[in-house]
Each structure stands twice: as structure tokens, then as C-alpha cells.
Design a protein around this ligand. Structure first.
Ligand code: AMP
Ligand code: MG
Length: 463
């Protein structure tokens, strides 16, 4: 696999300190609390010294960014220092690599903390994601538009193989492509080795993982923000939390990223962009499927055509669970769609709506005290829904629909405090969202959109 990675040692940050430590994840990796507190641990994860037998690498990849092909991307600011329990341990923001192009290879602290918080939250909700082991403050500044404190994220992933890695391999040679595909199958889908055409099965498996993943994003109002092919894993984990954010009021057109001027990666476009990305993946697999290109294309297209039907099934399953429905027949699908129409036409907070619905059902609050207060079409909808809901499932919906999410204004405030050396807000946020389903008195502000209307929330690509 040397064709797609380069050996590269971190130069390290001597003045670094840990800002956030994920003790639970460290424990899963056999790193006990005493080690996590040690200087040796800090030195390893801030790139000062390498773990024994480490063979640090930066990976090459290509990718379609906002629809345009870039043949030379790669880990420009991340070094993989090894594996624990078959998981990649990567230092993101660690300094220059052979793929840095003109970049400094560093990260500012804000985006490091955002990725830590949001990826761990996704994990709490059982949404496949890379994880965050540590957030490190480098105590050095990075120069962006202004001087900002620098940070390193210690990221854990099933692997860092992206659709873009395949696009890169395809451009190298069929030999490189085949060895990447074999490696990926053995690492992530070993059961496919037994199938008749393992590369076609591999494609279908990745399609399935992506369809399931994106349906889960949609179910919690998550907007990834930069669904380029280099930010889509073949393991099906969410990766590269840059300008991501959660929707407050339900509006399918929601887009947060400052650079997404045409809404390519808006909330509602995520499923079709997933298909677009998988099409690029299919194109890079063509030489492996059949020796005749035409037959390859035909077989890959047949699989690709199943992605949206499969996505729709996942999507309605997610929303059925959220609404305590279980049949997924035409009437229930209509109930889900009409619910979303009510949210849209009345600009209702997406996350809060599901919690209020449950409270209305349980007579804890009245409609007038809920987010549905001014929604005229709600009463009729409620009757239809009430008639259909599954009494066994409705009891469980508060364990599916989070009360607390890392809301935009709250995360922004927490990051700003951290950057100014006050970590109390980010620690409080992490505590609240680590138990997102249990409502705690005193935390009401975490469950509501901002009371101050500051206009459209804008996020920036995290560099
Ligand atoms: P991302 O926006 O994090 O998905 O990054 C897109 C590409 O830009 C990847 O190839 C990154 O490695 C590269 N990149 C982002 N920030 C930097 C940086 N500060 N220095 C070097 N390369 C970077
Ligand atoms: Mg990326």
C-alpha cells in the first residue's frame, strides 16, 4: 500500500497540553487513567515522541470538491501514528506532511474542539462516526485571518479510507486500485471475500452503509456541510467535521457553510449528494468489476439504482421510530411527511418538536405550551397520528429523540470561552449532551434555540 501513503514523522509541539481527554475511549484501548495523565502520553499524542514500533504515515487521496476534481489532496495536516484494536489513531493538525501543498499543516483550536464535541455526540446517538480521543492545545498560534490558538485532535477511525482514496488509486494503476480494494474488503467487509464478485459486493456494501448513515444524519437534523468525495468513508463512518451544524427550525434548505453559496450540501440535498459521491466511487471501481467496461458499468449502475430506494426505507424507518410508528405503510409514510410539512410551514424547532409531541401525548403539557402553539394544521394531524401510533413504541421515543444537542449558539459560546482560556462552558456542554435523552432541571437553555435572533448561523471550514 506504499503507493498511496508516505512515511512522515510529526515534528511535535513541545509546549502542548491536553484540553479534553476521553477517558472512556482511552480505557477501551487499554490506556489506563494513570497513563493518560502521564507526560509520556502527552508526548506521544502531541507528536513529540512516537510510540514503539510506530510507522507514521500520511495518506494520499484525490477527490471531488464541490463537484470539481482535485487529483492531489491527501493528509495535509494529519499523521497516522498507528493502530489500536484495528482502529487508526491519527493526529489532526500536527504540522506539515508531503501533502500539505501550501498549508501549514496545523489546525486552530476552535475546529478541533467542535469536531471533538460533535463526533462524540454522534457516537452517543449510535451514529457511525470517527471518535475523538483527545483535544490538545498546542500553545502556539496559527495564522489564519487573525492569529488563533492552535490545536490537535487525536482522531480514531475504523480507517481513513475515503471515496477519494479510490479516485486517487484509480488514477495510479489497476494494480494499486486492486490492492486498495482488497485491503479495504479485508479490513471492513471480510465476509465479502466469499461472494461471487467481491468488488461488486463491496460497492453494494458501501452504498448500503452510506444510505443508512445519511438517513441517520437526516433524522437528527445534521448538516455535514462539506460532503466532498474525500470526506466520505468507505467504512460508513461520519468523518471530517468542518462546517457541520444542526438545524434549529426545520427548513430543508438549511445550509450553514460560508463557502456553500449555492446550497450544494444543504440538508435536503444530502441524499442526492450521497448518490453523486457513490457514482464517483462506482466510476473508480470500473476496472475491477468486469473486464469489459460496458458490463462493469451496467452492473455498477444496477446497484446504484437501488441506493435511493434503500435510503428511503432507512429514512422512513428512522422517522417511524422517532414518531412511535411501526407499520411503515402508505398512511404512516404520509403521516411522517405531513409532520415535516407542519414543521416547515410553521418554522418549528426540529429537535424540540419530537420532545414536545411526546409531552403532549403524555399530557405533561398542552398544545398551547408546545412548539405547535400556532400550528393550525397540527390538531388534525395529531388525531391521525394518535390513531396510528404503536403504544409500545411511543413509550420509548424519548429514548430516541434527544432533548439536548450541541446547538449552534451554545457550541459557539463554549468554543469562544475555550479559546479565551475558560474551559468551563465546553465541559458543561459535553456533560449535558453525554446524556441527551434525560431532561435535567436547570438545563432548559440547552434544549432551546437561541432567544436572540442573530440571523443565519454561518460556519467556516475548520482549518
Ligand atoms: P478538509 O477541509 O479538512 O476536508 O481538507 C481538505 C484538504 O485540505 C485536505 O487534503 C486537507 O489535508 C487539506 N488541508 C486543510 N487544512 C490544511 C492545512 N492547514 N494545511 C495543509 N493542508 C490542509
Ligand atoms: Mg477532509
Amino acid at each position: 500500500m506504499y503507493e498511496i501513503c508516505q512515511k512522515c514523522s510529526p515534528s511535535g509541539f513541545n509546549k502542548a497540553e491536553f484540553l479534553l481527554k476521553n477517558f472512556q475511549l482511552a480505557k477501551e484501548f487499554g490506556l489506563d487513567a494513570k497513563f493518560v495523565e502521564s507526560k509520556e502520553c502527552l508526548d506521544i499524542f502531541s507528536g513529540v515522541s512516537l510510540p514503539e514500533n510506530s510507522n507514521p504515515i500520511a495518506q494520499a487521496y484525490a477527490g471531488h470538491q464541490f463537484g470539481h476534481y482535485n487529483s492531489q489532496l491527501g493528509d495535509g495536516r494529519a499523521i497516522l501514528i498507528g493502530e489500536i484494536n484495528n482502529k487508526d489513531i491519527q493526529l489532526k493538525g500536527i504540522g506539515q506532511t508531503p501533502f500539505s501543498r501550501r498549508g501549514d499543516g496545523k489546525s486552530s483550536l476552535g475546529p478541533v474542539l467542535r469536531e471533538y464535541v460533535v463526533s462524540e455526540f454522534m457516537h452517543t446517538l449510535n451514529i457511525p462516526t470517527t471518535r475523538a480521543l483527545f483535544a490538545i492545545k498546542t500553545n502556539e498560534n496559527v495564522i489564519r485571518e487573525t492569529k488563533q490558538p492552535g490545536g490537535v485532535l487525536v482522531r480514531v477511525a475504523k480507517s481513513h479510507i475515503r471515496i477519494g482514496t479510490f479516485e486517487y488509486a484509480r488514477a495510479q494503476s489497476n494494480k494499486v486500485l486492486k490492492s486498495l480494494a482488497d485491503y479495504s474488503i479485508n479490513r471492513h467487509y471480510p465476509e465479502l471475500n466469499k461472494t461471487e464478485n467481491k468488488y461488486l459486493s463491496f460497492f453494494a456494501a458501501v452504498c448500503d452503509k452510506q444510505a443508512s448513515l445519511i438517513s441517520k444524519w437526516m433524522s437528527i437534523g445534521f448538516v455535514h456541510g462539506v460532503m466532498n468525495t474525500d470526506n466520505m468513508t468507505i467504512s460508513g463512518e461520519t468523518i471530517d467535521y468542518g462546517p457541520c451544524a444542526f438545524m434549529d427550525d426545520y427548513d430543508p434548505k438549511t445550509v450553514f457553510s460560508s463557502i456553500d453559496h449555492h446550497g450544494r450540501y444543504a440538508y435536503k440535498n444530502q441524499p442526492s449528494i450521497m448518490v453523486w459521491n457513490l457514482t464517483k466511487f462506482a466510476e473508480s471501481l470500473i476496472p475491477l468489476i468486469h473486464e469489459e467496461t460496458e458490463k462493469s458499468v451496467k452492473q455498477l449502475t444496477e446497484v446504484l439504482q437501488l441506493v435511493i430506494p434503500s435510503y428511503n426505507e432507512y429514512f422512513y424507518k428512522e422517522f417511524s421510530r422517532k414518531l412511535g410508528l411501526s407499520k411503515m405503510d402508505i398512511e404512516e409514510i404520509k403521516i411522517i411527511e405531513d409532520y415535516l410539512k407542519i414543521l416547515k410551514s410553521n418554522s418549528i424547532d426540529f429537535t424540540k418538536s419530537f420532545r414536545d409531541l411526546s409531552k403532549i401525548y403524555l399530557s405533561i403539557i398542552d398544545v398551547k405550551e408546545s412548539v405547535f402553539l400556532n400550528a393550525k394544521d397540527f390538531t388534525n394531524w395529531y388525531k391521525r397520528w394518535n390513531h396510528r401510533l404503536d403504544p409500545k413504541i411511543i413509550k420509548k421515543i424519548d429514548g430516541i429523540n434527544p432533548s439536548y444537542i450541541p446547538r449552534n449558539h451554545i457550541i459557539e459560546n463554549a468554543l469562544m470561552h475555550s479559546i479565551n482560556n475558560d474551559d468551563s462552558k465546553i465541559r458543561e456542554l459535553i456533560k449535558v449532551i453525554s446524556q441527551p435523552f434525560e431532561e435535567v432541571s436547570g438545563y432548559e437553555d440547552f434544549a432551546s434555540p437561541s432567544k436572540i435572533n442573530t440571523g443565519r448561523y454561518v460556519t467556516y471550514c475548520g482549518t
